[in-house]
Design a protein around this ligand. Structure first.
Ligand SMILES: Nc1ncnc2c1ncn2[C@@H]1O[C@H](COP(=O)(O)OP(=O)(O)OP(=O)(O)O)[C@@H](O)[C@H]1O
Length: 330
């Protein structure tokens, strides 16, 4: 018997690890664009899941943004039915009219569709094909925009998507491995033209920045950037726990936060407390920036009688004596 090709084996191992320990019951659902990463993920899941006694479904989202997108989606679904996915579903979404740029709007529409299908099927997890290379790009983009640890932690291997776990089993698998696996398995991935469109910062990082880093610093750079993300994520988790306890201790019985409790905190913890509190007040996390948290922090550490701080989502915070409190309708 021919030996199993190493990229195919590595991807199956990664998928098996991700599926192990999931609750029994509903299917696992692969989100597949038809690109090499999610096609390799889908092929591995179709192999691994039944051996773990699990049903596997597949969803491909048609964003309707490119000519031929409906045929592309149908082709992915047709392959998936052959490969044993039940169900293999195409979901058409409407991207126009959503807030943010086209990329953000497409992502929001996609995750909404994935959540809905997962809910309808009672799926125990949704799997996406983000790779180590996607993670390295995410970390570099975060560094370049001056992100804090939350950004440098990149994408988590697991997060909740409206109550369903979203898993990224391939975060330690290189893109060249997914390409190679598709080739070995005789799969023909779809090439998303967005991935090479230089008007996207991520495409420029992919095409120019990472290859230049690898040439200058060696091939370990990709693994190293992904490792940085994992290390920072672990530190974040610990600091977030400390911050949760500090937030609880700082609450004023009449609402808001007690300033003296905040002053004594380490700046890294206080920033997290204020960030968490701002989210609690209704500021959307995606819109809450360093600048907003710094303005809240100034109410604590740079107090000179300044007026209220405006946060995204129409949230306003005022300092009154030794207390931070939201003002107006929140
Ligand atoms: N149209 C889609 N339908 C279903 N899932 C999708 C779709 N587009 C992206 N995804 C999921 O999100 C993941 C990340 O997609 P993204 O386009 O950011 O990266 P990518 O590296 O181009 O991935 P791929 O090679 O799988 O397209 C994909 O691996 C896939 O799991």
């Amino acid at each position: 018997m021919a030996a199993l090709a190493p990229p195919v084996a590595a991807i199956r191992v990664a998928v098996r690890r991700a599926l192990t320990g999931l609750p029994s019951g509903g299917p696992v659902l692969v989100a597949c664009s038809g690109g090499a990463d999610s096609l390799a993920l889908a092929a591995a899941t179709a192999f691994v899941a039944p051996r773990l006694g699990r049903v596997v479904g597949l969803v491909t989202v048609d964003h309707g943004l490119q000519a031929g997108s409906a045929q592309r989606a149908e082709a992915v679904a047709a392959w998936a039915r052959e490969a044993g996915f039940t169900p293999a579903t195409v979901v058409r979404v409407e991207v126009a009219g959503r807030p943010g740029g086209p990329e953000a709007a497409a992502r929001e529409a996609r995750y909404q569709a994935l959540t809905e299908v997962a809910g309808q099927l009672g799926a125990v997890a949704v799997l996406t094909g983000h790779t180590r290379d996607d993670q390295a790009e995410t970390v570099l983009l975060a560094l370049a925009r001056g992100a804090g640890p939350r950004g440098l932690a990149g994408m988590p291997a697991r997060r909740e998507l409206s109550g369903v776990p979203l898993l990224r089993p391939l975060l330690e698998i290189g893109r060249e491995q997914t390409r190679a696996a598709c080739e070995v398995l005789g799969l023909s991935p779809w090439q998303d033209p967005h991935n090479t469109d230089p008007s996207y910062a991520r495409s420029r990082v992919r095409a120019d920045v990472l290859p230049a880093l690898v040439r200058a610093l060696g091939p370990g750079v990709l693994d190293n950037l992904a490792r940085t993300a994992r290390l920072v994520a672990a530190d974040n988790a610990a600091l977030d726990e400390v911050a949760q306890a500090a937030l609880a201790a700082a609450r004023h019985p009449g609402g808001g936060l007690r300033v003296p409790e905040l002053v004594g905190l380490a700046p890294a913890v206080r920033g997290r407390v204020l960030h968490a509190w701002a989210r609690e007040l209704g500021a959307p996390p995606g819109a809450l920036s360093y600048r907003h948290v710094a303005a809240l922090d100034a109410l604590v550490t740079g107090w000179h009688g300044q007026g209220p701080t405006d946060l995204p989502g129409g949230v306003r915070v005022l300092r009154r004596a030794d207390r931070l409190a939201p003002v107006g309708p929140t």
